[in-house]
Design a binder for this molecule. Structure first.
Ligand SMILES: [Zn+2]
Length: 86
């Protein structure tokens, strides 16, 4: 018997499929997802955000927010967040 079993198992590290799918579906450039202007880097699903009321219309542009905490923060300084989202 050789060490084949031990070496093959250590070379085989499957990627976590759930995580890969999550990254693919949350690409900021896709039609249904965008980035939260208040928390850049946080991907927001537009439909989910709208259903939850987590969006703001500012100067003809709609901004989607990642959580309820971002609403008041956007309202407090919409110009800054709108500019950051551009
Ligand atoms: Zn948020």
């Amino acid at each position: 018997m050789t060490n084949t079993h031990a070496t093959s198992s250590c070379c085989h590290t499957p990627a976590p499929e759930g995580h890969t799918d999550l990254l693919a579906t949350t690409a900021p450039t896709s039609d249904h997802a965008t980035e939260c202007p208040v928390m850049p880097g946080t991907v927001v699903n537009k439909a989910t955000a709208e259903a939850a009321g987590l969006f703001r219309d500012y100067e003809g542009q709609r901004y989607w927010l990642c959580c309820a905490g971002c609403g008041p923060r956007f309202d407090a300084d919409p110009a800054t967040y709108a500019r950051a989202a551009d």
